[in-house]
Design a protein around this ligand. Structure first.
Ligand code: ATP
Ligand code: MG
Ligand code: MG
Ligand code: MG
Length: 571
């Protein structure tokens, strides 16, 4: 690639809505341009990175035996009705009608369609196991799209779906994907952690997230530095209840400990295992039992505020309504949204092992409006500085019997998520096969997502300096930039730069030749912002001594290298 023929449009300043470094740098380097909230054009420079990310994913998915196919972005609503998610998914699911008034959705994920494919295509146990994947545009009407590609509304995901004849085989498929994910994120040069996680609206019984460690991450990870225990805070309160000793020996899915009775109450109420609790706090009343019972609900997953307001909460088998102000005053001794101490005047079903004092910490840190309406979204809505302290209060709170909680907390960006689904979708859509005995059996499923475009932002969060992006080589838009200084004036520079460019290209290096005849300061600043791992400067002065300058993006001093050695040193 020649810079004169490429589209390089860097900006001095990022727009105001770019709050975090990666968003700012992606805008400034010209990788993306905003079209609407959470919807971006991927410009040629940004697309190169996305393609490299996809390439690594494809290679590892293929190596793991998965088969690529491509499912449509637009999906008929009938399949979503069959699975029940037409009702459950909430406003994140973008719905539309065609000219005949038929309902469709823009896919946020593809369990329904792939299960439909499986039930039509797979008849016999001989066709199993099989794992299908695609890399496709997703649409989720996120409540708060932000951080550029990190939380977009339209984004690219790799999603894979495994089908197996029994649980043992399905668990193997899960492990194969888990291992493939470890390879994928390692190859991309990311610092990450696999953590046990909530299964959210996708459903299922076991799951792990792959979290890129970064301070701006929206997820919180609780881990024990002394063991392999690591979990998303969404799995709290269970991890909060673990003592240090228990945490050290805990299996990846945490088991409820001291407050077991209360924990069971949550599980019963939510109709899910405890390990799948909680994110938001809601004050609500059970209409069957009347206003005498005010519940403090800790809800799991990504439930939208609107749904909760109308009492539709996926996973809850009863319709809940919001407690009235009078009920809240009666039971809590304070008004909803009141930011002072919460006094419990009557026994209230405080679900899960958060004490009222701890609850107070959350409430005090919360955005008043949010709490007034529905409560607090732990991970996203609390002001930054208080959050970690508040969570520490919970993690290291009253319930650790030996008083020595040493679970540590980190922030992470969720770039991948693997789920063991069991038969949730095969049952709903009746995806059966004939087993060895000729009897119909339900397929065991798993699903495995990677946020392709989110990875680009996450990688920049981990790899940048004051001057710009510092790409890991595997996903850099270019591996090498040759900066020809004095291109217009010097035949010697043109010849040397062209020769080097041809040589590197022949060796398979992804190289760009900057032949724009820019002043060196401007040219260097631009490449520092764009961030290829190696910059080679070819200038007349160096050529007189038979050398060029080789500068690694992380280095401050360029090495003077004989022209003849340059190619080998770059490789
Ligand atoms: P989050 O908790 O960040 O909302 P999720 O748990 O809803 O993500 P999954 O359903 O697990 O997401 O989807 C698989 C992957 O898709 C995620 O691990 C993430 O990398 C990516 N992803 C999800 N939502 C977005 C988004 N709005 N923008 C970009 N990537 C996303
Ligand atoms: Mg989500
Ligand atoms: Mg998540
Ligand atoms: Mg997820």
């Amino acid at each position: 690639m020649r810079a004169s023929a490429f589209h390089i449009t860097t900006l001095k300043e990022a727009p105001n809505d770019a709050e975090i470094t990666s968003h700012r740098l992606m805008m400034r380097s010209g990788m993306i341009r905003k079209l609407a909230g959470g919807i971006y054009n991927y410009m040629p420079l940004g697309l190169r990175v996305i393609r490299k990310v996809e390439h690594i994913i494809r290679q590892e998915m293929d190596a793991a035996g998965a088969l690529e196919l491509l499912m449509p972005v637009v999906q008929p609503a009938e399949l979503w009705m069959e699975s029940g998610r037409w009702e459950q998914y909430g406003p994140e699911l973008l719905r539309m009608k065609d000219r005949h008034g038929r309902d469709f959705v823009l896919q946020p994920t593809s369990e329904e369609v792939i299960t439909d494919i499986a039930r039509n295509e797979i008849q016999s146990w001989r066709q199993l196991p099989v794992n299908f994947y695609h890399i496709q545009t997703k649409f989720r009407d996120e409540r708060r799209p932000r951080f550029g590609v990190m939380r977009g509304r339209e984004f690219t995901m790799k999603d894979a779906y495994s089908f197996d004849r029994d649980v043992a085989s399905a668990q193997k498929s899960y492990q194969v994907m888990f291992d493939a994910y470890m390879k994928i994120f390692s190859r991309m040069g990311l610092t990450f952690r696999a953590v046990s996680a909530d299964t959210g609206s996708i459903g299922g019984s076991q799951s792990h997230e792959f979290q890129v460690i970064a301070d701006i991450g929206e997820d919180l990870i609780v881990y024990d530095p002394a063991s392999s225990y690591a979990a998303n805070i969404e799995l709290a309160p269970a991890p909060c209840l673990l003592t240090q000793r228990q945490a050290a020996s805990a299996p990846l899915t945490p088991t409820p400990t001291p407050g077991a009775a209360k924990c069971e109450a949550v599980a019963e109420l939510l109709g899910t295992p405890l390990s799948q609790t909680v994110k938001s706090i809601v004050l609500a009343t059970d209409p069957e039992k009347g206003p005498a019972q005010v519940w403090l609900l800790l809800l799991r997953g990504d439930h939208e505020l609107n749904e909760i307001k109308t009492g539709k909460v996926p996973g809850l088998n009863k319709g809940f309504r919001f407690a009235t102000e009078a009920e809240i005053i009666e039971h809590f001794g304070c008004k909803p949204g009141y930011l002072g101490p919460v006094k419990m005047v009557k026994p209230v079903k405080v679900i899960a092992d958060l004490t009222v004092a701890n609850m107070h910490n959350f409430i005090c840190g919360a955005n008043q409006e949010d709490f007034h309406l529905t409560g607090v979204n732990w991970a996203r809505d609390l002001p930054e500085p208080d959050l970690i302290t508040d969570l520490r209060n919970v993690v290291e709170g009253d319930q650790a019997p030996d008083g020595k909680g040493t679970l540590a907390i980190q922030r992470g960006i969720e770039v991948g998520h693997v789920f063991y689904l069991g038969t949730k979708y095969s049952e709903a859509l009746k995806a059966t096969f004939l087993d060895e005995g000729g009897k119909p059996a339900l397929m065991e499923m798993g699903c495995y997502g990677i946020g392709v475009t989110r990875i680009v932002g996450a990688a920049i969060e981990q790899n940048h300096d004051a001057k710009g992006i510092v790409w890991p080589r595997a996903i850099a838009p270019f591996e090498v930039a040759i900066c020809a200084v004095g291109w217009g004036k010097s035949q010697a520079v043109r010849d040397a730069a062209e020769a080097l460019y041809a040589e590197l290209k022949a060796k398979g290096v992804d190289v760009i030749l900057d032949d724009r005849d820019l002043r060196p300061g401007i040219m260097f600043a631009e490449w520092e912002l764009i961030g290829p791992p190696v910059r080679i400067t070819v200038g007349e002065r160096g050529l007189n001594d038979g050398v060029i300058e080789l500068l690694g993006r992380k280095q401050t001093e360029a090495a003077r290298v004989p022209l003849s050695d340059c190619c080998t040193q770059t490789l």
